[in-house]
Design a binder for this molecule. Structure first.
Ligand SMILES: Cc1cc2nc3c(=O)[nH]c(=O)nc-3n(C[C@H](O)[C@H](O)[C@H](O)COP(=O)(O)OP(=O)(O)OC[C@H]3O[C@@H](n4cnc5c(N)ncnc54)[C@H](O)[C@@H]3O)c2cc1C
Length: 322
């Protein structure tokens, strides 16, 4: 028995959500009085792999194969399942990120495991293995009992936090057997359509709604996002009206995100919008209506006209940077 955590990398680096998943997996390993191993797929420098020890991984399996240089759902799931068997891991943890959402059910099928995706807390320790997870597009929580021998848990970003737990991680190369049948669809090359921060992975997001009145007013939103190094997002009516691209639509019917900071400008805070953003760590709301529902879930609120508040924020950020 042990715990295995999949550590997703992007261009050879681990994101904060990975360190959070490792911290969470380490806490589960401690609950179960067992060890934590990690599996990394792709080209990652040894110094970066060693970083995982800081959060409690005592061993890192490193898979570096030409066929796995870009993300392939089926093949990655097979490799992670093989690593779980090698480590005798009965619990596999990963981040409920964009790719984690595709991987978690595939790993669960391969390991004949019960799945809790969107976990927000550690499993209970009352004799049952129950996990609190989000349900109904984040509008409710469900307590899911996993009764199978193997278990897969996908942790929602920003649900647990990063916790240091200094361990000396050993690095081991893992030559996984890659089946041709897992390589049916292979990404040959990724050409970025924009050099802006990608929304599903963004740590900071500046989002705006119908309160902005029209697409011609997005200049200040872009400028604020640029100064913060943030991605831009919008409410559904804004993308429906083609003021912004559909790829920016967040919420129940759009992308669900959990950034560290979500700034909502001229967005009312309808339940369908909140479903996709309410698990953000810090929410800042700028709205001229003090009764706007968004203020109920805001950590910080500014009651004011976006056309006055946003330029002042931009000015203050420029002064701070300068
Ligand atoms: C099945 C279904 C699924 C849906 N899915 C989604 C979804 O995924 N995502 C989503 O966003 N919506 C979704 N919706 C729509 C949702 O119900 C709301 O209609 C929508 O979120 C409202 O968008 P908004 O807040 O931009 O616009 P509005 O509701 O029009 O709100 C505009 C806000 O801007 C404020 N404002 C106006 N002028 C200013 C100013 N000058 N300065 C500051 N504030 C100002 C107003 O006070 C108001 O609060 C869905 C609806 C349904 C029925």
């Amino acid at each position: 028995m042990s715990v295995l955590v999949y550590v997703e990398q992007a261009e050879g680096k681990f994101k904060k959500s990975v360190f959070e998943a490792v911290s969470y997996a380490k806490a589960i390993a401690d609950q179960q009085s067992t060890n934590l191993s990690a599996i990394s797929i792709g080209d990652v420098a040894e110094s970066e792999l060693k970083e995982l020890g800081k959060y409690g991984a005592s061993k890192v399996l490193n898979v570096s194969a030409d066929q796995l240089k870009t993300f392939v759902n089926q093949a990655y799931a097979s490799v992670i399942a093989a690593a779980a068997s090698k480590e005798s891991a009965d619990i596999v943890v990963l981040s409920n990120s964009f790719s984690g959402k595709g991987l978690a059910p595939r790993i669960a099928v391969k390991l004949e495991a019960g799945l809790a995706d969107g976990a927000v807390e550690l499993p209970s320790t009352d004799g049952k293995f129950s996990v609190k997870k989000t349900a109904f597009s984040g509008k409710a929580f469900a307590i899911t009992e996993l009764t199978s021998a193997n278990k897969v848990i996908a942790l929602n970003p920003n649900a647990f936090g990063v916790k240091e737990n200094a361990t000396d991680a050993s690095i081991e190369n893992f030559a996984a057997d890659i089946k041709q049948s897992d390589l049916g669809t292979v990404i040959k090359d990724i050409v970025r359509a924009t050099d802006k921060v990608s929304l599903p992975d963004a740590e900071l997001v500046v989002s705006a709604g119908r309160g902005l009145k029209g697409p011609e007013n997005w200049g200040m939103i872009e400028e604020l996002a640029g100064l913060l190094g943030a991605a831009t997002a919008c409410s559904k009516p804004v993308s429906d009206a083609d003021w912004r691209p559909h790829s920016e639509h967040v919420g129940q019917t759009g992308i669900a995100i959990s950034p560290n900071l979500y700034i909502a400008i001229g967005i009312s805070g309808a339940i369908q919008h909140l479903a996709g953003v309410s698990s953000s760590k810090v929410i800042v709301v700028i709205n001229k209506d003090p009764e706007a529902p968004f203020f109920k879930v805001a950590d910080y609120g500014i009651v004011g006209d976006a056309f006055e508040v946003v330029p002042k924020l931009i000015e203050a950020l420029k002064a701070h940077k300068g």
